[in-house]
Write a new protein. Structure first.
Length: 111
């Protein structure tokens, strides 16, 4: 954690390529992905937790700080392609100092 700077998120593709993006406190992981052209994040519903097209896998080291999905998010994750225990909707992960350095893995495709 690096307090005093903007939080960074690293997106890892299924091929293992990674891209680190800086976001603002309170922004969702989906918002910064869309703003910076991360193609694997489709976000059809625009971040209202009404689809599963911003699905990501939270890296094992970050699962506890990110926390579990809400009941509504868990319901939407039922529609995610290849859902796993570490699956989350990136629209529901809000950046803050504790998530500086967050790593998420992108699925092969969105549902």
């Amino acid at each position: 954690m690096h307090y005093g700077r903007m939080p960074q998120v690293t997106f890892v593709t299924p091929a293992g390529d990674s891209r680190t993006i800086t976001g603002g406190i309170g922004q969702s992981v989906m918002e910064i992905a869309k703003r910076h052209g991360v193609e694997a994040i489709v976000a059809n519903c625009g971040g209202s937790c009404a689809c599963a097209t911003c699905h990501v896998y939270v890296d094992k080291a970050w699962r506890e700080p990110v926390g579990p999905p809400s009941a509504d998010e868990a319901d939407m994750l039922e529609f995610a392609f290849e859902r796993r225990p570490e699956s989350r909707l990136s629209c529901q992960i809000r950046l803050g100092p504790v998530l500086d350095g967050l790593v998420v893995h992108l699925p092969e495709r969105q549902s």
